[in-house]
Design a protein around this ligand. Structure first.
Ligand SMILES: [Zn+2]
Length: 411
């Protein structure tokens, strides 16, 4: 008999990103692989675009996938030499882009807003990755004692990979990825969740600008210090780069320095997020958070989120320093949430998202609207001044049905 409250443990998906070191000839073939997949992507986009323009109909993934055989036969030295299932993944990727586009069209229709922009063709430089099904056109060989790991890709070869951590679970897919001049292999696995013993603690968590997070039982995690320092360094480098002569060696060096600094920020941040999420998941049976407004987050012009790694940024060269810290924080929160959810799933812990409306301003004891004259403190007309973040966290906890707050019943 199956218990609907506790369905069979679902598989937990994990992704491990490793730096890859293709040889010169392999790199040439990998570039060719990306270009061919980019052509396929753009051709499929063209078909969808025409169908939409002429007849306002959408072409399905299935209809496009059914044409692959023909496309491969017609181009034996090009499309024909690549992995069939990897090509399907590229068509799926386009399908996802279109599903999101149609969602935006429907949303815009509903409120009478301007129609969203149609999905665009990708230039070769912007098409940086191909997803392979493991065991079909791609193979992962983990590193043994002191040896390199290897990832073999059809039409590229067996590429050396620096495997810096253990890969757990069954390897399901491999992604070959180019970022600027570096290559990476992303190993995607599935594992059975390993439930942790009950911890007896459940919390609401409030995220702030002043502090990284505050729990409903009063635990505070400060913002990491490296944040402000990095924003300063990046802003300085950007300013110097802007002054350097276009096309000069100096400008090129500065551009690389900016990219390096961003990479360092991302890595330090990810580390911090993993540690913080680990601690929460180890200590809490259930964790409540505010539901994020991703849409308003991605609409911000200053930031340029990397679609493959939520929460990380590509250097966009034009970020003003004031906006920079803020957008790093927003993105950081998103990344932290993703990491927390994945760790919680793996450990059989519960994460609950609640509607954020009013959580930061209403009193957790009586639900009355508080005054917030300072960032740190809210003042209830009945219960007086209290820590704004703790109050918010308690409201989040009670909205999720955790903890003892009374925020739902306004007197
Ligand atoms: Zn009150």
């Amino acid at each position: 008999m199956s218990d609907p409250e506790h369905p069979d443990p679902v598989q937990v998906r994990r992704a491990y990103k490793f730096r890859a070191y293709p040889t010169r000839p392999q790199e040439g073939r990998a570039v060719r692989l990306l270009a061919d997949h980019c052509d396929l992507y753009n051709a499929a986009l063209m078909e969808r675009r025409e169908a939409w323009r002429m007849r306002r109909v959408s072409v399905s993934y299935g209809a496009q996938s059914a044409q692959l055989k023909e496309i491969r036969r017609a181009d034996p030295d090009g499309q024909g030499c690549h992995s069939f299932t990897a090509q399907q993944q590229t068509l799926r990727r386009l399908n996802t882009v279109f599903a999101a586009f149609f969602d935006r069209v429907r949303a815009a229709d509903k409120v009478g807003r301007k129609q969203p922009g149609y999905p665009r063709f990708k230039p070769y430089q912007r098409f940086g990755q191909v997803l392979f099904v493991a065991g079909d056109g791609a193979k992962w060989q983990p590193s043994g004692s002191g040896r390199w790991a290897r990832a073999a890709f059809q039409a590229v070869g067996s590429v050396k990979v620096r495997q810096h951590r253990e890969v757990r679970g069954t390897v399901k897919a491999l992604r070959l990825k180019r970022e600027y001049r570096r290559w990476y292999v992303i190993v995607i696995t599935e594992t059975e969740p390993v439930p942790l013993p009950a911890a007896g603690r459940s919390v609401g968590v409030d995220v702030g600008v002043a502090r990284f997070l505050t729990s409903s039982d009063g635990e505070i995690v400060a913002n990491p210090r490296f944040l402000a320092a990095s924003a300063q360094v990046i802003a300085d480098l950007e300013r110097r780069k802007a002054r350097a002569r276009p096309g000069s060696g100096n400008r090129k060096r500065l551009r690389r320095a900016v990219a390096r600094e961003w990479r360092a920020v991302r890595n330090r941040h990810r580390d911090f997020h993993h540690k913080t999420a680990r601690a929460l998941v180890d200590q809490c049976d259930a964790i409540a958070l505010e539901k994020l407004n991703i849409e308003s987050m991605t609409r911000k012009p200053a930031a340029k989120p990397d679609p493959d790694r939520p929460g990380s940024f590509l250097p966009n060269g034009a970020a003003a320093k004031a906006g920079l810290s803020k957008s790093i924080l927003d993105a950081a929160w998103y990344q932290f949430t993703c990491i927390l959810v994945s760790k919680a799933e793996e450990a059989g812990r519960r994460v609950v998202f609640v509607n954020p409306a009013g959580t930061s301003i209403n009193c957790h004891q009586c639900g009355r609207r508080c005054e917030r004259l300072q960032q740190k403190t809210v003042t209830c007309p009945v219960h007086g001044a209290m820590d704004a973040d703790v109050n918010g966290a308690i409201n989040i906890a009670s909205r999720a049905g955790l903890g003892s707050g009374q925020a739902t019943t306004a007197a």
